[in-house]
Design a protein around this ligand. Sequence first.
Ligand SMILES: [Zn+2]
Length: 490
Amino acid sequence: MKLVIAQMKHETNTFSPVPTPLARFARGKSTPLEGAEIREAFRNTGSAIGAFIDLAERAGAEITLPVAGNAAPSGPVQTGAYEWMAGRILDAVRRGCDAVLLDLHGAMVTERHDDGEGELLGRLRRLAPQLPVGVALDMHTNLFPAMCDNATVLAGYQTYPHIDMYETGLRAGKPILDMLAGRARPAMAWGHRPMLPHVMRQSSLDAPNLQIQRRAQEMEKEGALAASFFVGFPHADIPWAGASAVVATDGDGALARRYCDELLEMAWQARAQFVYRVEPLEASLERARQAAGGLVVLLDHYDNCASGGTMDTMTVLGAILDAGLENAAAFAVCDPQAVRQIKEAGTGARVTLDLGGKSDMPSLGLKGKPRQVSGTVRRIIDGAYRNEGPMARGEHMDMGPSALLDTGKVEIAVITRHTEPYDIGAFRALGIDPARKKYLMLKSRVHWRAGLGPLAKAVIECAGTGVCTSDYSQLDFRRVRRPIYPLDPL
Ligand SMILES: [Zn+2]
């Protein structure tokens, strides 16, 4: 048995000014991983591609690994990058195989295609019409018909924070191997509801997504091969952004349809609970000042790099500095220029610099606004670390040359490559101990809860500035299908 296993992941924020060239998929190298280096990078990690490799090895399959690329969310993927990766996957299939297992995101927009995944799967289908194709997807998939029409089994994460990537790989891959062994005949049903669940209300730790994901898991216990409800990614102005579901059963299309409709109906009935209400920043800071006892997490959720944020807006950090909050840490400001200045000054030096605000945000009509900050350089590192988990456990991370700047009240992490703070490893690398802090500012929305949630006594969501704004009225939606809730009253 010959299997092609590949990864090509990107969540595209069409409002983001951050470019997405091939190098962004390459983890510090010039091109994404290929061949044996993929096996080395993902063996024993909590990733979907790691699960595919395990499944294939256990089945004694011959494995081809044409590409593994995973870029932090940003603007549309450049055509050259997309064709480089898609081309390698297609070439591998052209050389002959019995099935393909793909670790995709499901919300990739390219310069040419609204639906990067559907385009890839359509090309695969045309090349090999009968080929079984299993796909692991992120819960933030914006499901296009072409993805469903051209895959055999789709399975999406059932947790947000995403701590079940490996299990999702198993759920997508096992039905395909069972199919090759003559033990399964996957039948899929899929559908949408016209709604854009708000990212701040999407966590599977809270209602209503908790109940919806639990029901999807129950369906699998009842015999479904894979049941997935996608919350969707609303910061992509494309026709099929928003909530969807897909269910695969063993040969029972009618049951798949019933299950799929049940998940969609649960979401639709709960649509009002998926709406987020913004608190003015001054009110949030006032609550922070008065918070007693234990770590207070201050979420700068408008500028989460894992949703395409530039990770350099200074509104929330500036308000923290202005408010004089003490014993605080902030992760992170992505500012390569500032890191260079700090490195030149050296550890122990006192520096004053214009921090952050290097990126303009044309989609919001905003220019970047740096903030002058003075502090002592506490640490300078190369930025490599390994995730401790539970999210993406064991994966090598690289935030690029990075530094810790201490204002005396706030320890500010300044990094070179977009890295969402969801793993304690990032903090250890810079010598920040969140457990000893009173305040922790994070440029994150939900994923921080994976590695840091247990430390937080209180969470205060701070409305700042950024292209993953939680105020949808700041976004100029033009291409998403209408009507859609809550942009339209439905
Ligand atoms: Zn996601």
